[in-house]
Design a protein around this ligand. Structure first.
Ligand SMILES: [Zn+2]
Length: 329
């Protein structure tokens, strides 16, 4: 018999989000606990286990009512073997058998996948991609990632590294260095840090700008640049036009290659809405092949910060064909 609830975990560099999700994709309860990455992976895993136990206790839930634990991880994973291979922003996580450790400690089945792929599963099942079989979901934040669903199936690739759209090379000549070691990656042109860099370069040129005034003594953030654009600041608008243009160029390549029905854009920077989405749509419509864009929709993500935990819970859902666990349970 299938249990009523699953646990979804979204492992981040600063916080771990843990939620109880029901079979309709509703978050019943969610909690946040610190990652404390500097204390080592064992400590972080302990925080996950303590967090899950605490959430079960607070909600009077028994293990028999839980399907399992799905965990989204910010990096490279091997979902079939429940292995975290490498997390670029959380040091020390190299070839960690996360699913097995969680299963042993909690006596629940566990599944893991990349965090953006989890968000994609969530948006596909319950969010902006509901009802579609061919979707691309990209998240634009500190980095840029993507998840691909083709013919209703999540595409993981031969070594589970499919979807690394942030490292698509768009400007190798004259481009910036990327964390991956490459030059001119998509991520160096349109992520949160590149929006901030564009704003700071402008200020260094000695010009005054609304976003400098809005930031006061604090740092400039993509949200502040977006607010400045809302006040009509032309420089801020140009910065978003530029970021949107590069997202549009990357998506033109993706749309020509995979012909999705829907492209979903989420992540922190995407919260700026049409300010970012309008130049993305314009670029794709202008540059992609007409056959590929005929019925294409480019939509904002719907599940917000919950997409990760909702999608992670689907990894251990009994009736989900995209579930992936190496479980003995
Ligand atoms: Zn790169």
């Amino acid at each position: 018999m299938s249990a009523k609830f699953s646990i979804g975990v979204d492992l981040g560099g600063t916080d771990i989000k843990i939620a109880v999700v029901d079979c309709q994709g509703s978050v019943l309860y969610s909690d946040c606990t610190p990652t404390e990455a500097h204390r080592g992976y064992g400590h972080t895993i302990n925080n996950i286990i303590k967090g899950i136990n605490s959430i079960l206790q607070k909600n009077n839930l028994d293990i028999s009512q839980i399907n399992g634990v799905g965990i989204g991880c910010p990096g490279q994973v091997d979902p079939e073997n429940g292995l975290v291979k490498f997390l670029p922003n959380i040091p020390g996580w190299i070839n960690i058998e996360l699913a097995e450790i969680i299963e042993k400690e909690l006596e629940l089945k566990a599944g893991i996948d990349n965090d953006v792929r989890c968000a994609t599963l969530g948006e596909h099942r319950y969010g902006a991609g509901k009802g579609y079989n061919n979707i691309i979901c990209i998240t634009v934040g500190t980095g840029i990632g993507s998840g691909i669903i083709m013919n209703g199936r999540l595409v993981r690739g031969a070594n589970s590294s499919a979807g690394e759209i942030g490292h698509m090379i768009l400007k190798e000549t004259g481009g910036n260095f990327c964390g991956c070691g490459g030059v001119g990656c998509f991520e160096t042109l349109a992520s949160g840090p590149s929006i901030v860099e564009m704003a700071e370069k402008y200020i260094m040129g000695g010009k005054s700008a609304k976003f400098r005034e809005l930031a006061g003594e604090g740092p400039i953030t993509p949200e502040i640049v977006a607010r400045a654009a809302g006040f009509g600041d032309e420089v801020a608008k140009t910065i978003f036009k530029t970021a949107g243009y590069w997202i549009g160029i990357a998506l033109t390549n993706v749309v020509n290659l995979l012909n999705p029905e829907v492209v979903i854009i989420g992540g922190g920077v995407a919260k700026c809405g049409d300010l970012l989405l309008d130049p993305v749509r314009k670029t794709v419509q202008e540059k992609a092949l007409k056959t590929a864009t005929e019925n294409l929709q480019i939509l904002p993500a719907q599940l917000g910060n919950d997409a990760g935990v909702i999608g992670a819970s689907l990894l251990v859902c009994n009736n989900n064909k995209n579930a992936c666990t190496a479980s003995k349970f």
